[in-house]
Write a protein that binds this ligand. Sequence first.
Ligand code: SAM
Ligand code: SF4
Length: 329
Amino acid sequence: MIDPYGRHITYLRVSVTDRCDFRCVYCMPEHMTFLPKAEILTLEELDRMCSAFVGLGVRKLRITGGEPLVRRNVMSLFQSLGRHLASGALDELTLTTNGSQLARFAEDLRACGVRRINISLDTLDAAKFEALTRWGKFDKVMAGIAAAKAAGLAVKINSVALKSVNDEEFDNMIRWCGEMGFDLTLIETMPLGEIDSDRIDQYLPLSVVRSELEKRWTLEDTDYRTGGPARYVRIVETGRRLGFITPLTHNFCESCNRVRLTCTGTLFMCLGQEDAADLRAPLRQSESDGPLIVAIDEAISRKPKGHDFIIDRRHNRPALGRHMSVTGG
Ligand code: SAM
Ligand code: SF4
């Protein structure tokens, strides 16, 4: 799949549920309205969707959500998608998780062919963690992280940088990730969906974080790229990678290789734009994948050049109405 700007689309992120067992303050309001279950694709339909994309050239699949591991029987989806790893059609099957269910599932994920996972963790302070996630249990997540490591999964920790919340903690996070053998990625808050608080209060530019960190750590630029919005450095003192995801202060769109599928079968060609394509109707229209493939090709031909997020005082409202838990981040 090649889009109008010559970019090869080789990476599909799939949100398998919009539901979650946490209510992170930057992600959702406490009383979040979820999609009616009837609108959600079945696991078999999700497998068909993913397999169609793999057939069209997708080499990397990331399962996300909401919290992907709270979807009932989700491990059967991982198992069936694992066949594309075995056949060589897929290079990587991975997931982004809040870690709450990993103590249960880490071994099974490894058995399905998962080798690397992203775990979201914004703080190492238990009380702060529980305030930030509202419903999360810190000890359970730490046990999940330990289980992932014990199962031999390579772990990358994702932390959203939040002003006056975790901005004092990055040194500690870097040290801990170094000890655990994890890479770390810092993420700027993105203006997606209404939340209970004000995003201006949370927004912390990573350019500021980086120049602070450079006073204490040796950050070596690397040319490591994933085609996404992260730029990576190597921290000489720990030997681990540190990524910066800066959708608001940096333009990363020219190398974009990805599209996002929601759990209702809507394909977003760009995280920062409203345009989307319904793939559920063509999927259900026929037992053959013909209509689905036509719809995917048509959607890719509409992939926009880039996004235009802004957070400022005048535009103090979400740039997009949908939450990150819908498109999966
Ligand atoms: N529940 C899983 C988790 O937390 O890892 C997967 C889905 S979550 C939506 C994916 C990532 O998006 C997480 O790392 C989360 O911190 C991040 N995220 C959520 N809302 C965000 C926002 N408004 N701005 C930036 N990152 C956000
Ligand atoms: Fe759930 Fe992940 Fe959103 Fe937190 S960031 S509320 S864990 S979907």
